[in-house]
Ligand binder design. Structure first.
Ligand code: HEM
Length: 179
């Protein structure tokens, strides 16, 4: 039930997938709001919420990578060298890289501001860089660019999954119902 099999996604992988999807969509919306508002005392909690959820996303991405070493995911449906399966694989690898690089760039840029990075309203994360305005600007610029790339890849991911859903090849059912 919990573990993956050679043909099925177990409950752990499916829960991690949908939890991550919800978290990332929330973070993309919240981040887009943050760059449009003024950071002041009344909006500080939104920054804290974004950092808290962002660190949760980083932790979940690491848990997923570890879990898939413990319980490998099933092979794609259809021939592995089929172009659609190759494209899907490339998108998945890129999504994982971004799920690590985006929160790390946010953490680096936030540390470079010199302000404490506080999550859950009380836990101060270690500063992973020294205070530097140029690093702060570069870090947030990279954070922004990577999130745009993530949005494009998510659209490709959703389009690919929907096409497979229309073809009823079983891919969409595997990651939703598990059967
Ligand atoms: C998967 C995780 C994350 C996603 C998807 C995400 C997404 C975003 C997005 C879409 C933006 C707006 C970027 C723009 O349009 O330029 C943003 C801004 C921001 N992010 Fe993240 N973020 C994540 C993790 C983090 C983490 C872990 C931190 C800090 C510890 C962080 C700190 C910030 C801050 C402070 C801003 C506002 C930057 C500014 O005002 O210029 N983010 N994020």
């Amino acid at each position: 039930m919990w573990r993956n099999t050679p043909t099925r996604f177990g409950l752990t992988t499916r829960l991690l997938h949908w939890l991550m999807a919800a978290l990332i969509l929330t973070l993309l919306v919240l981040g887009t709001v943050l760059v449009r508002i003024q950071p002041d005392l009344s909006t500080l909690w939104l920054y804290g919420l974004h950092k808290t959820l962002g660190l949760c996303a980083l932790t979940l991405a690491l848990i997923r990578l570890i879990w898939h070493r413990i319980s490998p995911t099933p092979a794609p449906i259809g021939p592995p060298n089929q172009w659609a399966n190759r494209a899907a694989r490339a998108v998945h690898v890129a999504l994982y890289l971004l799920m690590l690089a985006i929160p790390l760039s946010g953490w680096i840029a936030s540390s470079a501001t010199g302000l404490d990075v506080v999550i859950f309203g009380q836990i101060t994360l270690p500063a992973i860089t020294h205070t530097s305005e140029s690093l702060e600007n570069a870090g947030f610029a990279i954070h922004g660019i990577l999130t745009k790339l993530l949005m494009a890849l998510l659209l490709a991911h959703i389009a690919g999954a929907s096409l497979r859903g229309l073809k009823h090849d079983g891919t969409l059912r595997r990651i939703t119902k598990g059967s």
